[in-house]
Design a protein around this ligand. Structure first.
Ligand SMILES: Cc1ncc(COP(=O)(O)O)c(C=O)c1O
Length: 428
């Protein structure tokens, strides 16, 4: 039972304390137990906790929207808007419907499919699952979810084409073009992808040139680009949004997790002026809504977290802290089963392989990722395990995504615990 949090640590009812090396699920950015956030939420709740968005705007939601837009890529300036949800899955649902209605507003009613990638995760509601490409998580619900098309991920370590970057000439990006040409592109509304793949691949950034090629292909086929930054947004990779590492200007960005650092359930759909204008010229009403969208107390938490990030210059802390974490993890790279250490900023992953030369994974039944998690726990360090890294079934990794306040000494503690976990798991 978690009873208290402070900084990068979680205290449990059994008296143990744990170093939160995963920010729970890449959620906690400013650290646990920051008292100002609760105070700001209580203050908002004391003024007004809830007002339905069909009748009122609220000051914290308006303020947070302006702040999020100000740090979004250039194309969101001058007329962008933000739609707040209660988390990432709701943000994905919202974006799917927004893309569909955009094409109704612009008189292209044939467009509705949202194409995405294999080995991706966009949420657990049925719409979000239809775009998620994780075969394991989809399988039980397959009859209930539409198949709109999934193309290759950008994943050099297990390239689906058996090629090597950069000689591959971005075959994975061109897979989208080939797919659209062969599969009724006139019915496609958008392409949705994670610029850095989090939970399903274990922190795999796009290679240079990938996002530009994707944007070009989407433009050619006149479909929208949606960047899922639920995990990577709000500073996690060293820029406010990971899209900015490559100058990508998506039509829509999804974010969540770090936007309120776990202090309140909050997600957001950041919408570029191009889409807003189409709605304004059309019906001017998005046929969608959640009771708790743009919740005053949740967005007050978002503002207080934003204040904290700015006051403590934590956006700037991510790149150096990420380097400290990576340096600490570098001592594990020599381990015969640590296939690859990878990531961007404070979103790092380690993939485990049976054989480093062939990159062959362990069988699923070996449960490697969970064993590593359990062993790290013995050293009081929390990591985020994932399976299905290679093809949705085989493959194991852990994700490391600590709060932005992580110190060098704590990075050393994480590396030592993971080192112990590797010895214990693989020498057994
Ligand atoms: C990239 C991505 N999109 C969407 C989601 C779904 O967000 P939530 O769990 O808040 O619904 C997640 C959650 O892990 C995610 O990592």
């Amino acid at each position: 039972m978690a009873v208290r949090g402070e900084g990068c640590w979680i205290f449990a009812s059994d008296g143990r304390r744990y170093l939160d090396a995963s920010g729970q699920a890449a959620v906690v950015s400013i650290g646990h137990g920051v008292q100002e956030i609760g105070r700001a939420m209580a203050e908002q709740s004391g003024k007004i906790a809830f007002a339905h968005t069909t009748q009122f705007h609220s000051e914290p939601a308006e303020k947070l929207a302006a702040r999020v837009l100000a740090i979004a890529p250039k194309n969101f300036q001058n007329g962008g808007r933000v739609y707040f949800t209660s988390g990432g899955s709701e943000a994905t649902e919202t974006a799917i419907k927004l893309a569909r209605q955009y094409f109704l507003e612009t008189k292209q009613p044939s467009r509705y499919r949202v194409v995405s990638r294999k080995q991706s995760y966009h949420g657990s509601t049925l719409g979000a699952m239809s775009v998620s490409g994780n075969v394991g998580r989809r399988a039980p619900y397959a009859p209930m979810i539409p198949e709109w098309g999934h193309v290759a991920p950008c994943f050099c370590y297990h390239c689906p084409f058996g090629k090597t970057y950069p000689e591959c000439d971005l075959a994975c990006a061109d897979d989208l073009d080939a797919y659209l040409k062969a599969n009724d592109s006139a019915s496609v509304a958008a392409f949705l992808f994670e610029p850095v793949v989090g939970a399903t691949l274990g922190a795999v950034p796009a290679v240079d040139g990938y996002t530009a090629r994707i944007a070009e292909i989407c433009r050619k086929h006149e479909i929208l680009v949606i960047a899922d930054e639920v995990m990577t947004g709000m500073g996690r990779t060293g820029k406010p949004f990971a899209s900015e590492h490559w100058g990508l200007e998506p039509d829509i960005i999804l974010t969540g997790k770090g936007i309120a650092s776990g202090y309140a359930p909050l997600g957001a759909v950041i919408v570029s002026p191009r889409i807003v204008e189409a709605f304004e010229k059309g019906t001017a009403a998005f046929m969608h809504g959640f009771t708790y969208q743009a919740h005053p107390v949740a967005t007050a938490a978002g503002n207080a977290v934003f204040d904290y990030l700015e006051e403590h210059k934590l956006f700037d802390r991510v790149t150096p802290a990420g380097k400290e974490l990576r340096d600490a993890l570098s001592e594990l790279e020599g381990h015969p089963n640590a296939g690859q250490v990878r990531g961007l900023g404070l979103l790092q992953g380690i993939e485990f392989v049976k054989d480093k030369a062939s990159r062959e994974p362990f069988p699923k039944e070996a449960g490697i990722a969970e064993k590593v998690r359990q062993a790290a726990l013995e050293k009081n360090v929390l990591v985020y395990p994932g399976q299905g890294t290679v093809d949705g079934v085989r493959g194991d990794h852990i994700l490391l995504a600590p709060p932005f306040i992580i110190g060098k000494g704590e990075c050393g503690q994480i590396a030592a615990a993971v080192g112990y976990a590797l010895e214990k798991t693989f020498s057994a």
